[in-house]
Ligand binder design. Structure first.
Ligand SMILES: Cc1cn([C@H]2C[C@H](O)[C@@H](COP(=O)(O)OP(=O)(O)OP(=O)(O)O)O2)c(=O)[nH]c1=O
Length: 189
């Protein structure tokens, strides 16, 4: 039985597209980058920790498999997580303006017997944003709970010049790579 260890409605929606039945586990994992950790190592660790915390909740379930994922925006090696408020979101958007950044998503699949992980790095180029663009975007509220202070699947796509990588990965669950790890566990044909 597959379980999604995530509070993100987008991850549940994306996983549904793979045509699988799954349960949802509600958990909150502290997300704090260690001083010595690279951005990619951080994303991989948090995804693994989410899956691990989820597995603890379902150890009694026979053949339980848990999927955890983490997404971060990275500019010049600096990780932009979820902004705490609109001021922080505005600061992130000002820094992303007119630049290319990476969006890293790691997906971890974990059972009592085995573990697999996929990591996807996408490159997103944002057009130059004016103060008015940023203020209007903040008014949508879509920045809340999104790494880097934007959601490509909403109004913000109007400011995206180029995406090189996985659109679903930027949204939080890269479908092609997720399907591959699910296949490794025999959960997809
Ligand atoms: C960049 C970007 C991020 N995001 C989202 C994906 C993730 O849900 C979120 C990053 O936070 P995460 O910590 O990866 O996930 P979460 O807190 O939403 O959910 P959970 O930990 O319970 O699984 O940002 C978008 O929806 N669109 C985007 O364009």
């Amino acid at each position: 039985m597959l379980h999604l260890a995530s509070r993100s409605p987008r991850r549940a929606e994306l996983l549904t597209r793979l045509g699988l039945q799954f349960g949802i586990l509600d958990l909150a994992i502290p997300e704090q980058q260690d001083a010595t950790e690279s951005a990619a190592d951080y994303v991989r660790r948090v995804a693994r920790e989410k899956a691990g915390a989820g597995l603890l909740q379902v150890v009694a379930v026979p053949d339980a498999v848990v999927l955890g994922a983490d997404t971060e925006v990275v500019l010049d090696g600096v990780v932009f997580g979820k902004p705490a408020d609109a001021v922080e979101a505005a600061a992130m958007l000002r820094r992303l303006s007119g630049r290319s950044h990476q969006v890293i998503t790691a997906v971890s699949l974990l059972s009592a017997a085995r573990e697999a992980q996929a990591v996807v790095v996408s490159e997103v180029t944002v057009e130059a944003l004016s103060d008015v663009d940023i203020a209007r975007y903040l008014d949508t509220g879509e920045w809340q709970g999104k790494a880097g202070g934007y959601a490509i699947q909403g109004c913000f796509e109007a400011h995206v010049l180029r995406l090189d990588g996985s659109y679903s990965g930027v949204m939080g669950l890269p479908l092609q790579q997720t399907a591959q790890v699910l296949r490794q566990f025999g959960l997809l044909p």
